[in-house]
Design a protein around this ligand. Sequence first.
Ligand code: NI
Ligand code: MN
Length: 219
Amino acid sequence: MDLKYIGHSAFEIGLENNAVLIDPYVARNKKYNWHDSNITDIFVTHAHGDHLGDAIEIAKEKDATITAVVELANYCREQGCKVRSVNFGGWINYDWGRVVFVPSFHTSSLPDGRYGGEAAGIIFDVENVRIYHAGDTSLTSEMKTIKELYRPNIALLPIGGNYTMDVEHAAVAAQWLGAQTVVPMHYGTFPEIQADVEKFLNLIKMNNTNCMVLDPDKI
Ligand code: NI
Ligand code: MN
């Protein structure tokens, strides 16, 4: 399993036979070449433009399936994409692993202003690793349930504040989730989401959690 940070909240999970994209707001990273990646599935946590990103274009080029909450999946289908329409609930199986959608505490609207369904976080169970992508969320006690039920190994957490958790709340989230490794995301992209990464590193260190700061320029 190879976890690539493409920037903002976008990640590629490279697996043995395919790759999976999450929140593919990726065209802005000129170093990421999705044309050469064997992307079979795209996951979108919620409908905001910085998460839906380039999903429609990539799905069409790669003939990949977009998995999202019903309202957002319907929108992607209207745009001509193959979709898998889901909601919060049980495990969803794929050839390469399984995922579960969990609530996040955030809003969601489609590019045309319509309601985009509930915003989600997504847990990936791939090659014996559990990765929790928190999407956009505030700190929520749901994270304690996520620890109890899913025991994530790696947590991808927004730290930029303003729209999501800030570094202080994300450090509490890391503790509640009990993941061995935390990767900060959703910071620095816009003026209102600048974050003190050093402060986050220090807070995380006090929890005995390993923090991996991934540089999207080095993918
Ligand atoms: Ni959002
Ligand atoms: Mn966002």
